[in-house]
Design a protein around this ligand. Sequence first.
Ligand code: G4P
Length: 527
Amino acid sequence: MDTNEDVLFQAARRRTFAIISHPDAGKTTLTEKFLLYAGAVQEAGAVKARAGGRASTSDWMALERERGISISSTVLQFPYRDHVFNLLDTPGHKDFSEDTYRVLAAVDAVIMVLDIAKGIEAQTLKLFQVCRSRNLPVLTFFNKYDRPGRDPLELLDEVEQQIGLRPTPATWPVGIPGDFRGVIDRRTNEFIRFTRTARGGSEAPEEIVPTDRAAIEEGSAWNAALEGCSLLDAIGANVDVESFLAGVTTPVFVGSALTNFGVRMLLDAVIDLAPPAVARENLAGEAQPLDKEFSAFVFKIQANMNPRHRDLLAFARVCTGKFERGMDVTCSRTDKVLSTKYATSAFGSDRTIIQDAFPGDIIGLINASGLKIGDTLFSAERVEYPAVPRFAPEVYATARPIESSRVKQFRRGLAQLDEEGVVQVLRDPNVGDSHPILAAVGALQFEVLSHRLEHEFNSPAEISPLSYQAIRVTDEASADRLRQIGGVRILKRGDGALVALFENRYRLQRLEVDEPKLKLEHILADI
Ligand code: G4P
């Protein structure tokens, strides 16, 4: 096989996806079970610390543990059925929607996990909408069917009404939540019966039961399941690959990550339904052939992920070609050449040096200072991928160091956390570095900032909320006029863009009507 054939072959084997869910819906458990079924871990429990206190491989920050939320994104790579899975973790809280959005820019499909007892929870609706806005193919998993919950038909309705994705169940449960016997695979009309194993430590035995036997053995549960299936047939809610790939319908799988029910079917669906690494468009909208020379884009930057390492890691998604460790790559924005001697792949907090990578893979570049989110990297022919859009902030605050002797560390910390996108740091061009305004999508981002300033940069800070109501991108000409208006502040973002902050939303609306020539652009509108 020559290199180009090899790249196409490898790209076709890749499945790069993320799991999104409300905290506690079972994302960690499902991830762990994926690793179990793929043979990447021998025993469930390696990803998440269990009651015994085993060190977790994905929680990396004390704050994360204290609050029980996942903040960082980790990349897991594992083989399954002759394919290579790249599973990107996403934060499970709406305050980190922007981080989720960046991760979603790097994947080709998503698994949405819902707790059958809870359905779509208000706090996570935004995350799902973010996902919808990217038109990614979404597989849905109704989890926790081993315990009492809601009618799955009700949940299907919720998915359609609230997210705007048309659900098409691939499997349908036999038995009610809490008394789960197995599923009917609607694509083959087979009944697959599950059997529990102790704590779900090993794979759940699955038995394909002929329908006549199922009718006798499962009695009323079987009849109820058949009724559900004929209702779905009647409304045409059948799995359709084309509309799934277009992000219009979502195949639904029912199961229980804890007891391993339905896990294998979901994993198989990632191979059989989800797309392989897909060609990405460059800035001009031209799809870049997968077998061109190496190119990638940076979607995440993270410093001090592991207190033992104290370094800066830039995560990049390979879009075209073959990456080989040690090759020189150029950053399109700066024209700087970077060494890739220490490129890694990440498995929780364990890092391994990688030798090569193909389209769909994620590479971690260590100490790649000077890189920013959205940067394109290439080895031979120059290419530029579109920037990862920023979200409109919704909350604002000021920050100042509590100890005046630590101003230097405080500034260094703010600059770093701005680069990583933990918060946006806005500065008054006329005042300079002092008294910056921090902007974020959700208030938890300020908590992360405050925690990291104190623990990583040794500079505890006082964060005081501000009550701005709206933000717009503007330009120098409009800024001169806006400065004359009360309740408006003109500030500069880290990427150099000028923004106007408004104390009053209605005043902004008035201005948009009265002075239409002013540049007042939305930031990533309508999410
Ligand atoms: P998250 O990453 O989405 O936040 O959820 P996580 O997997 O940590 O699961 C949250 C809780 O839900 C855990 O219980 C987990 O065991 C439980 N869980 C996950 N999937 C299922 C399922 O299919 N059925 C049932 N019954 N429970 C499930 P916990 O008590 O918080 O923790 P643990 O002591 O079990 O680890």
